[in-house]
Design a protein around this ligand. Structure first.
Ligand code: SF4
Length: 339
């Protein structure tokens, strides 16, 4: 797909665009809406980076630094498994004090405490942070992740790929080309990952389309992305001063454009944490087919204003999906259907 062709999609009427996205969505998934039972664990919020959109890391707007210890993390994952969670989603800030081995010891401890839990961990930004801090190659970090029990990688840290904009909002973080390279290397190891895009801040439609096309090109090469997640920027407690948050029409258009441009990625996730449950449900009519999961505890978006701190009850989520006319399907982390 060409850049101009993709950008022009935004000029379509919302419902015409939604109908085009829905055709692709229904060809893949009919009326199914996927979710999983997962537990988010964010081990630390102490960060060497200063991303301007971030309300999570400890800084003067969020002066509550914390670090969990390995035992606490492993027990949290085991307790979540006992309650029925199938996935531990572990991502955190870039904390130099933890040390390199801490990460791999922590993954091994989680797998020892909950051997059958799917461990989704380490954004490409964290991989890049460890590689740069400890002078290792990406390959070395990825191989150690696999050896210590990481099953798949989340899609975080992609933010927005345009280099000039990236320098403005998160200049210290993994470079765009390196984010893509890390996922390519991960896919080459036979592993799956997700991809994301942070939107609704100072980016333009053209920046979003550029981002989607770079992901589309990598997916053509590797086929390793399970899902694409457009993450809505949250406005509170950060250093980007956005006067006008994105309206629902532009959000739904962005989800629909994502579905159409990324027709080579099977799943488009409407991440309810950032969107709210209601808008995430509406997004299922505009190309999305997934709501993410029950989460249990959410620290990153809620620190920036989202109403997601306690996760969502599974029965409530299923009834919302069913009442909207869709078929709720519990899935595992790599989209096998469970029930
Ligand atoms: S987004 Fe991540 S890397 Fe950036 S400041 Fe926040 S915690 Fe640190």
């Amino acid at each position: 797909m060409l850049f101009d062709e993709a950008l022009k999609l935004y000029d379509l009427d919302l419902f015409e665009l939604g109908a085009r996205a829905d055709t692709i969505r229904r060809a893949y998934h009919q009326d199914k809406v996927f979710y999983n039972k997962n537990r988010h664990i964010n081990p630390t919020n102490i960060c060497v980076d200063r991303c301007k959109f971030c309300g999570f890391s400890a800084h003067r707007k969020n002066p509550n630094p914390y670090s969990m210890n390995i035992d606490e993390i492993a027990k949290t994952a085991a307790a979540a498994w006992q309650r029925g969670a199938k996935e531990a989603h572990i991502v955190g800030a870039h904390n130099k004090k933890l040390g390199l081995d801490w990460y791999f010891d922590m993954f091994a401890a989680v797998k020892k405490a909950a051997p059958n839990i799917h461990l989704k961990a380490m954004t490409a930004a964290e991989v890049d942070f460890l590689a740069r801090t400890y002078n290792l190659s990406f390959e070395e970090i990825l191989d150690r992740m696999i050896a210590s029990g990481v099953d798949s990688m989340p899609g975080g840290g992609a933010e927005i790929f345009d280099e000039a904009l990236r320098r403005k909002i998160c200049g210290g973080k993994v470079k765009s080309a390196d984010w893509l390279r890390i996922h390519e290397l991960w896919h080459k190891r036979g592993r799956k990952s997700n991809a994301s895009m942070l939107f609704g801040h100072i980016e333009t439609r053209a920046h979003r389309v550029d981002h989607l096309l770079r992901l589309r090109a990598l997916q053509e090469k590797t086929g390793g992305f399970n899902a694409f997640i457009p993450l809505l920027y949250q406005t509170k407690n950060n250093f980007l001063e956005i006067e006008k948050p994105l309206d629902a029409e532009e959000i739904l258009k962005t989800i629909a454009v994502s579905r159409i441009v990324l027709d080579n990625i099977r799943h488009i996730k409407a991440y309810w944490v950032g969107l709210t449950l209601n808008l995430a449900l509406a997004a299922q009519e505009f190309g999305a087919d997934d709501m993410d999961g029950t989460i249990e505890r959410e620290s990153i978006n809620s620190a920036a204003g989202a109403a997601s701190k306690e996760g969502v009850d599974e029965r409530f989520a299923r009834s919302l999906i069913a009442n909207a006319g869709f078929l709720p399907i519990e899935r595992d982390s790599v989209y096998n259907e469970i029930g």
